[in-house]
Design a protein around this ligand. Structure first.
Ligand SMILES: NC(=O)c1ccc[n+]([C@@H]2O[C@H](COP(=O)([O-])OP(=O)(O)OC[C@H]3O[C@@H](n4cnc5c(N)ncnc54)[C@H](OP(=O)(O)O)[C@@H]3O)[C@@H](O)[C@H]2O)c1
Length: 324
């Protein structure tokens, strides 16, 4: 029997990792997964012949635990499994914005935690996964984590302080390319092409350009210059892109994404909203936006919305609503 791995939260990301591990040679008998809904459990059992368990049973059974629930569900999951995670387990989290220190603080002292930021191409084995060690994770723990993510794409090691930038760049990155393809398809339609033709032209062009970027070893500027002839069509298009500030927009957009990632990592996003009508908070001394968006400051002027971490009780006794 090899090392046993448990996937806690087998949705899109969890299933992609499960499938990658099995394709890379893991035995289904060595993988335990969790599912909250019986129909999902049947689906996973049928598709992969893996063992289904509760999170606590899965934590008891495996040496490596992969936490793949949504960030707002992480606190509840950690509370459930913590008594079943001795400090010799490796805990790997793929949740965006959840820090290793948050996870470590909920587990036995010394438990090694590794944080990974992957992206949606995990579904086609072309993910970019950035891996960061928590305070107690060693080289061996990082190598074990890489073995899980290598079958579904490329991996890179980064200090955890860079994870917000990684999230902005490669975590959200696929969305920027999809957005670009959408805009270019519209442009094709403007130029008189049928939508499907425009779509096919752009998608294959994107694939070709991506393969050249990956395999040619050439800088993107050189690749672009190769299609930018003097007084030609491409340079006219690029002049318009520059005139419309597309490069500056990209810089600003990624900075905004990075800042949002920071706010989430600081606990400002995975939060529960109190009802403005039932919350009995006393007036807060500060009503600045920063205090409003910080969960630890859940006192606020009576009768107005305020926020605190999902799953936590409103200290004011107000009723709680959906998560942020
Ligand atoms: N999808 C991506 O490409 C991607 C990329 C980068 C990072 N991530 C990260 O990956 C994590 C998962 O995202 P996802 O897209 O895979 O979400 P998802 O499809 O919603 O999967 C989450 C799964 O966790 C289960 N779950 C929730 N709470 C649980 C609990 N307490 N115990 C056991 N299972 C529980 C859910 O069960 P139910 O089905 O019953 O709700 C669901 O199957 C997120 O933290 C996200 O930030 C995802």
């Amino acid at each position: 029997m090899g090392e046993r791995i448990a996937v806690l939260g087998t949705g899109t990301m969890g299933e992609a990792l499960l499938s990658g591990m099995l394709r890379a040679g893991a035995s289904p008998g060595d993988v335990v997964v969790t599912a909250r809904r019986p129909e999902r459990a049947d689906e996973l059992r049928e598709r992969y012949a893996v063992q289904l368990a509760t999170p606590a049973e899965a934590a008891d059974a495996a040496e490596t635990l992969i936490l793949a629930v949504k960030p707002q569900d992480m606190g509840a999951l950690l509370d459930e499994v913590a008594p079943h995670v001795p400090p010799d387990r490796l805990v790997v989290s793929v949740a965006a914005g959840i820090t290793t220190s948050f996870i470590q603080s909920r587990l036995a002292p010394g438990t090694p935690v590794v944080r990974v930021m992957s992206n949606t191409p995990v579904l086609v084995d072309e993910a970019m996964s950035a891996i960061s060690a928590g305070a107690h994770a060693t080289e061996e723990h990082l190598a074990r984590t890489e073995a899980v993510f290598t079958p579904v794409g490329k991996t890179i090691r980064v200090p955890e302080s860079q994870q917000d930038a990684v999230t902005a760049l490669s975590g959200s990155g696929p969305a920027y390319f999809f957005y670009l393809v959408e805009a270019m398809t519209d442009a094709g339609i403007l130029l008189g092409l049928p939508r499907q033709v425009a779509h096919d032209l752009i998608v294959q062009t994107a694939i070709g350009a991506a393969v050249m970027l990956r395999d040619s070893g050439k800088h993107p500027v050189m690749l672009r210059e190769a299609v930018t002839s003097p007084a030609g069509t491409t340079i006219n298009a690029i002049r318009e892109l520059e005139n419309h500030g597309v490069r500056a927009a990209m810089l600003a957009a990624l900075e905004a994404a990075r800042d949002r990632g920071r706010a989430l990592a600081a606990g400002g996003g995975w939060r529960t909203r109190c009802s403005p009508w039932t919350c009995r908070s006393r007036p807060c001394s500060s009503t600045s936006t920063a205090r409003w968006s910080t969960p630890s400051t859940s006192t606020s002027p009576r009768g107005r919305r305020h926020w605190h971490p999902a799953g936590s009780r409103c200290p004011s006794g107000g009723s709680t609503g959906g998560s942020g």
